[in-house]
Design a protein around this ligand. Structure first.
Ligand SMILES: NC(=O)c1ccc[n+]([C@@H]2O[C@H](COP(=O)([O-])OP(=O)(O)OC[C@H]3O[C@@H](n4cnc5c(N)ncnc54)[C@H](OP(=O)(O)O)[C@@H]3O)[C@@H](O)[C@H]2O)c1
Length: 186
């Protein structure tokens, strides 16, 4: 059972542009083969920050439409926010705030023998890293630069460095890097 940050980034390290747009990513369509379907099959619990949740609300669920779309995930999802956010009918979404450690304990219990997916953003993943709770980073690097935006992981992880487990090329635009996180105390 691993706690994994699975995401896509620009070459210069941003997961969304400065307008919180992912158009730069979606221009490619589904180019990373069965990476996501293989990954999500092994996920038992999900965490994300409020900007990501609100992005999903606005771009996928569309609550104000005549026929809103269903929530994206079957797995229980913890959303970190200090605010009251809209809920989604039929979705197992749990709103939390503050220290990530007790939330991680709840997520472990819910995930069974499956993995925990940290969707992002980068600082929330950094909070798990700060507590020694991030095991792996699986990042698809798109062949674009954005100049600014939401950072992939605003932390210094240098000594020990990440350990590269695999590198997979997808077409002429993406490479997926799978890293193991190591901690100085190990
Ligand atoms: N490229 C990709 O595959 C990918 C993947 C994921 C996300 N994204 C995009 O990247 C962007 C990420 O946005 P972001 O960097 O702002 O990150 P985010 O983690 O989605 O949202 C950050 C916000 O979450 C809340 N939060 C974080 N930690 C908290 C804690 N411990 N307790 C309480 N609240 C906490 C805070 O807002 P409040 O307290 O004010 O609510 C904080 O400002 C979004 O646009 C998202 O759609 C892209």
């Amino acid at each position: 059972m691993k706690t994994q940050y699975y995401t896509a980034t620009s070459l210069d390290g941003f997961i969304a542009d400065s307008n919180n747009s992912l158009d730069w990513l979606f221009q490619f369509g589904e180019v990373t083969g069965d990476s996501y379907s293989n990954f999500i099959r092994e996920v038992g619990a999900i965490a994300m920050g409020s900007t990501t949740y609100e992005w999903i609300l606005a771009h996928h669920i569309n609550q104000d439409a005549e026929r809103p779309q269903a929530w994206l995930y079957e797995q229980p999802t913890w959303v970190f926010s200090s605010r009251i956010l809209p809920e989604i009918d039929g979705a197992d979404v749990r709103f939390v705030k503050g220290d990530v450690r007790p939330v991680h304990q709840e997520m472990l219990a819910a995930a069974g023998n499956k993995n925990i997916w940290l969707v992002g953003g980068g600082d929330l993943v950094g909070q798990f890293y700060d507590c020694g709770l991030l095991d792996e980073i699986i990042v698809s690097i798109a062949s674009v630069t954005l100049g600014s935006g939401a950072p992939l992981l605003p932390r210094t992880i240098a000594t020990p460095p990440l350990k590269l487990l695999t590198a997979t090329v997808y077409g002429d635009s993406f490479v997926e890097l799978h890293y193991q996180v190591r901690y100085a105390s190990e």
